[in-house]
Write a protein that binds this ligand. Structure first.
Ligand SMILES: C[S@@+](CC[C@H](N)C(=O)[O-])C[C@H]1O[C@@H](n2cnc3c(N)ncnc32)[C@H](O)[C@@H]1O
Length: 395
């Protein structure tokens, strides 16, 4: 067994920063390298973490399995530090991540995207382990950093980790969707949980010319980093980079199940057929799904393989997030199928919407995240293609 002393040393940090440089395709900027060297990652992890094993999350205790624990601390991977909002599930298979130390490569990528200069004031949403706040505090000084965390146990952990590593930025326990007005205005607001909609309070609390950086979450597919610049007219606009998936902000979660909330026994769906391959829109390339997600308002999907239905090998379900409308598209198992059976129920004809969105995507040269953008105003969100003038509302 490797001694914890050996693995706990900066060699882990050096290798980790090399892995981040490989990911970025260039050296980590010197100011961030120095911040990283001053914040060995293992010092921010709790004694119990959870690691992915196939699709399940498995606990790993520093005391019982130090080799695995330290290897996780210095791998360029996210490390789950809390599951199920701190409530142990009865069935370990029901574990899902509710707090984590993000993958270092994405942490440093986001820090660089913030384009910070000395004296800037930053609000971080999602303190988690406090690791990112430590890097920010190293660069900007404690007084210029505020981090907000919704979970009281996690907020305490972040505060303690920061203190034991010599940092003291303000750690607030609260709902980050409200921002934190007491320290506003900020030059930068950075979220380390994803958002379906950018809370307007963040724009109100950022000075004109300031930047908001937030991972994007779409019901259709989660991913993409949104970088908005705040204007002096109360709006913010910007583009995406196509990276990373973050856990959704707690206050924007929705708990919806297909057979509990959406598809009811007394529904009588309309039948039709389609030539659009369901795999072309769901489980297709991230770039495709990302664009479709910006056209398909409030829709999510789920696959059902081998449902107990005669003549159906695989069924794609599509539903509104409110659960009022749904569609199912059936593949009968034949190779190179040219037609699929469609069932639709509710006031919205969802498969027709999916077909229209896919056609829009084809007609516009198959755009990916780099061609899409978002403008946020007090009235709401507008997505756009290539130019803010070419926009449509995202209700
Ligand atoms: C990926 S973790 C953050 C990682 C963290 N920045 C670090 O360096 O370890 C996301 C965090 O966001 C927190 N969070 C989720 N919803 C929130 C909300 N509405 N307000 C504040 N924090 C929230 C979660 O509890 C979780 O700790």
């Amino acid at each position: 067994m490797t001694s914890t002393q050996n693995l706990a040393q900066p060699a882990g940090t050096t290798e980790l920063l090399q892995a981040v440089s490989r990911y970025l395709g260039r050296d980590v900027a010197p100011e961030w390298r120095r911040a990283g060297e001053a914040a060995p990652r293992h010092r921010f992890l709790p004694h119990r973490i959870w690691l992915s094993d196939d699709d399940a999350l498995e606990p790993c205790d520093r005391e019982h399995d130090p080799d695995r624990w330290f290897a996780a601390a210095y791998a360029d991977e996210p490390v789950v530090t809390q599951i199920n909002d701190g409530q142990e599930p009865d069935d370990p298979d029901d574990a899902w991540p509710s707090s984590s130390a993000s993958a270092p490569s994405i942490v440093f990528q986001m820090l660089e995207l913030l384009d910070l200069t000395a004296g800037m004031r930053v609000l971080e949403i999602g303190a988690g382990t406090g690791f990112n706040a430590a890097l920010l505090a190293h660069r900007l000084g404690d007084v210029n950093v505020t981090t907000i965390e919704i979970d009281p146990v996690v907020a305490d952990l972040a505060r303690a980790n920061l203190k034991s590593n010599g940092y003291a930025p303000a750690v607030v326990c609260g709902d980050g969707s409200l921002g934190w007005g007491a320290e506003a205005p900020y030059d930068r607001v950075v979220a380390t949980c994803s958002v379906k909609r950018v809370p307007y309070s963040w724009i109100r609390q950022t000075r004109p010319g300031g930047v908001i950086l937030a991972p994007w979450y779409d019901e259709w597919i989660c991913g993409g980093l949104l970088r908005l610049t705040v204007g002096d007219d109360g709006t913010a606009t910007g583009r995406y980079t196509p990276d990373s998936a973050f856990m959704l902000m707690r206050t924007q979660r929705r708990d919806l199940l297909l057979f509990r909330d959406v598809v009811m026994d007394d529904h009588v769906p309309a039948e039709s057929s389609t030539t659009l391959d369901p795999w072309a829109v769901a489980d297709s390339a991230f770039e495709t799904q990302f664009a479709l997600g910006h056209r398909l308002v409030d829709l999510w999907y789920a696959w059902h393989h081998d449902p107990d239905v005669e003549g159906v090998k695989t069924r794609l379900w599509v539903a509104t997030t409110g659960g009022g409308s749904w569609a199912a598209v059936d593949w009968d198992g034949t190779e190179n199928a040219e037609r699929y059976t469609v069932w639709q129920h509710g006031p919205r004809r969802l498969w027709n919407e999916v077909e229209a969105a896919h056609q829009w995507w084809l007609d516009n040269g198959r755009p990916g995240p780099a061609r899409l953008g978002l403008t946020v105003t007090p009235e709401g969100h507008r997505a756009w293609l290539d130019d803010p003038a070419n926009a449509w509302p995202l209700p």
